[in-house]
Design a protein around this ligand. Structure first.
Ligand code: GLN
Ligand code: ZN
Length: 772
């Protein structure tokens, strides 16, 4: 009889760490470099210092194996394009002239060269640069960055594991290069890409890598059998290499589903899987395939993309189950910690009781290391941590902040009728026409007007105490007067107050709602050097007092035309915040919706006849798996209607969404039952208007005729031409005329000219309609 060899002690690891530094040093260095104020050497030095201090922090926290290669000046998918030599032809000369400047040219473009397209990294708020590939793409290996960063970590005496975007995910995230056939599938380039990965793997092994991690999050999305076969082939071939480090294939953000047996069978040395609630199905699925005998399993039990403390006992129990399913079980966060802020301990303004419930990157690494210790040495070894964790979880579960009885009672009393308008659209529209008396093809804007330097200065002055509330309000009122005067003079039909008082469309409301927290230092990377501070939905949500009525009513008092009230909708409030993990998202959405419903009611009572509830994030929060779409859309559309349905028939509800891919949610857009929707459409030449028409969308719509993403001024003929296209899809009685989105990032000169042209275009087309 042979004794079963004891499992090797559990190790603690992570897949990536925030890149920016504690004081956003990276942002400052990179932006300084762009402005010529920071030399390339100084930028490289700052980056190296940041990497070293991040590794040191991880090692000090008890992380046994640190990640390398996850650092980036801009984006790790762009780094992967550089690593495999996939530089688009238009950027080639810039890259050859200077690698660093060429890198930033791919990221940001130059005067005469478009950048790579940018899009969201799965269902996070991080944006990556989309690889552009064509049948002519020639891959070449450039392992310099990966090798250099591995060597830096090894030189510090640390155990280090390079992390790479895996070849299948890289190809699945790519799009056909301009000029390539639209149906070209980048995945068909796999056979050309694998030798390049083989070369990088050999280089990393030569540089001292024992393990290399290949990230394949694209395999948690719905994949065709052909795509799964391609993934199987990729890892069969990489596994068969002789000169290679051990391979750890990682997935995160959701369950692997059909891809799990594929990866479990692959001749690689380990898998890293997400075991948080969102991917809980991985546990049974792993057991069902008989586990990973002879392999390493890295268990992502600490949520890497949310800000709440872990339930250590639950995680230990998951880890205990996993012990029987693999040779070696290590502990990690579910995904890179890139998606959370660095350190909750630096927050000074958060109630200490709530602070105990929060875990940012630093706190998460401590949890991971505690769990690894508990797994290796038994729970007695972490008794103190377990007791503290139990107490923190209990304080959260029983706190009046997370259980406001008044909010709960109100949510419980919501009926189906609350999320339905009292009259159908056919009746409402008659009442609205009589009440608003708008011309055919009414003109309006999406809400914000240019956020000028003066407005930002006014906010800074208020924060610094250089002006008082009254002084600040005077400046806002004066801005509203200017914005109103311009719109009247330009001849716009439905006016807005311009949102000058809003720093950000989510934060502005979060700051005024009870249960919502703002952080002082909770920066996370959105893209490149852009960082955002998402607010935290920490408790039950209520609205102590009106949030927007004062400004809208002031604007209303200045004009005889209708002024549109502007609110951010419940789905977008959730999408751009850190959400609660102790109740279903739909419950949180319903609480936010009820608070916003009160605001809608107060706006109506103050004489506002048009109210817009923005939901630009409705499409982007769609779950990764199609099987989960219906449940999401059900609560999302219900929350919108709960916000907007309490008004009289003659009050007109608008909504607004950006981005171009609506095809798969047209039904949900219809289910919002908004009277009017404005959508981004200018760049796609009114594509959404045709999609709405094909669906039989029964209400009013304003596909944008002015692309606000660039300072370019569309002339009146161009806007009129788009409008005529819109009329091909949507009848004149239901067509609105508006820009693609808000104007806050634009300057005044181009805003003035563009809106004047937009009104001219509307008048021209109205003339054509009445003549015919
Ligand atoms: N009302 C907002 C604005 O105009 C909408 C912004 C958005 O759609 N992202 O700025
Ligand atoms: Zn928009």
């Amino acid at each position: 009889m042979t004794a079963k060899p004891a499992a090797a002690a559990a190790r603690a690891t992570v897949y990536g760490y925030p890149r920016q530094g504690r004081n956003r040093e990276l942002k400052k260095a990179v932006e300084g470099y762009w402005k010529g104020r920071v030399t390339p050497d100084a930028l490289r030095q700052t980056a190296a210092d940041l990497r070293r201090s991040a590794w040191q922090q991880l090692a000090d926290a008890g992380i046994h194996e640190v990640p390398t290669g996850d650092f980036s000046y801009y984006d790790h998918v762009l780094d992967t394009s550089v690593m495999v030599g996939a530089v688009p032809p238009r950027h080639r000369a810039a890259v050859d002239a200077d690698a660093l400047d060429g890198y930033f040219a791919m990221a940001r473009g130059t005067q005469d060269m478009a950048p790579l397209e940018m899009t969201k990294w799965f269902d996070t708020n991080y944006h990556y640069l989309v690889p552009e590939l064509s049948p002519d793409t020639v891959f070449t290996a450039d392992s310099a960055k990966q090798v250099a960063e591995l060597s830096e970590a090894l030189a510090l005496g640390l155990a280090a594991r390079p992390v790479l975007v895996g070849p299948v995910t890289y190809l699945l995230l790519a799009k056909p290069a301009p000029g390539a056939a639209a149906d070209f599938e980048p995945l068909t380039l796999l056979d050309r890409l694998l030798p390049v990965y083989a070369e990088v793997l050999a280089d990393l092994r030569a540089a001292g890598a024992e393990w290399v991690q290949l990230d394949e999050p694209a395999l948690v999305q719905d994949r065709t059998p052909a795509e799964l076969n391609t993934a199987a082939r990729a890892y069969r071939d990489l596994g068969a290499l002789t000169d290679r480090p051990k391979l750890l294939v990682a997935s995160y953000f959701d369950r692997l589903g059909d891809a799990l047996p594929v990866l479990a069978k692959a001749p690689v040395d380990g898998l890293a899987l997400d075991f948080t609630a969102a991917a809980a199905a991985n546990l049974d699925a792993l057991a069902a395939v008989g586990g990973l005998p002879g392999k390493r399993l890295v268990a992502g039990v600490v949520d890497g993309r949310n800000v709440w403390i872990n339930n250590l006992e639950n995680s230990l129990s998951t880890l205990g189950t996993l012990l029987g399913l693999a040779d070696q079980v290590d502990v990690a966060a579910s995904c890179s910690l890139l998606h959370v802020p660095i350190d909750a301990a630096t927050e000074r303004d958060i109630d200490p009781q709530i602070l105990r419930w929060l875990a940012f990157a630093r706190q998460k690494t401590a949890e991971i290391s505690t769990l690894a210790r508990g797994l290796a040495q038994g729970t007695d070894a972490i008794a103190a941590e377990l007791a503290a964790n139990r107490a923190d979880l209990a304080s959260r579960a029983t706190s009046p902040i997370t259980h406001d009885t008044a909010v709960r009672a109100r949510v419980a009393a919501v009926t189906d009728a609350d999320s339905r308008r009292s009259q159908p659209y056919s009746t409402r529209t008659v009442a609205q026409r009589a009440h608003l008396k708008l011309p055919l093809l009414p003109t309006t804007t999406i809400g914000s007007f240019p956020q000028t330097a003066e407005l930002r200065a006014a906010r800074a002055d208020l924060r610094a105490g250089r002006i008082d509330d009254a002084g600040y309000e005077q400046r806002i009122e004066s801005e509203i007067r200017d914005v109103l005067a311009f719109q009247e003079q330009a001849g716009i039909d439905v006016l807005v107050h311009g949102e000058p008082e809003r720093n950000d469309m989510v934060q502005y409301f979060a700051e005024q709602l009870t249960g919502y927290l703002a952080t002082q230092h909770g920066w996370v990377q959105s893209y490149g050097t852009r960082y955002v501070r998402p607010p935290v939905l920490a408790g039950d949500i209520s609205r102590p007092e009106p949030m927007t009525v004062r400004w809208t009513a002031y604007a209303n008092s200045l004009t005889d035309r209708p002024v549109k009230g502007m609110l951010t909708g419940p789905v977008t409030m959730l999408a751009w915040s850190f959400v609660r993990d102790d109740q279903p998202l739909g419950d949180t959405a319903r609480q936010v919706a009820l608070a916003l419903r009160d605001e809608v009611g107060d706006l109506e009572a103050a004489g506002t006849s048009v109210i817009q509830v923005d939901e630009p994030a409705l499409r982007e929060t769609l779950p990764l798996r199609a099987a989960d779409h219906a449940a999401y859309l059900a609560w999302a559309t219900e929350a919108f209607r709960l916000t907007s349905s309490g008004v009289r028939p003659q009050t007109q509800i608008h909504t607004h969404m950006c981005y171009a891919e609506f095809g798969d949610i047209v039904q949900a857009i219809d289910d919002l039952d908004a009277d009017v929707i404005s959508l981004e459409a200018a760049r796609s030449h009114m594509q959404v208007a045709r999609e709405l028409a094909a669906h039989g969308y029964p209400r009013e719509a304003g596909p944008g005729v002015y692309d606000i993403h660039s300072p370019r001024v569309p002339d009146a003929d161009e806007a009129a031409a788009l409008l005529r296209k819109g009329l091909d899809a949507i009848p004149a009685e239901r067509l609105w005329v508006n820009p693609d989105c808000g104007l806050k990032t634009r300057g005044w000169p181009e805003t003035r000219a563009s809106l004047e042209n937009l009104v001219t275009a509307a008048r021209t087309v109205r003339g054509e309609l009445s003549a015919s």
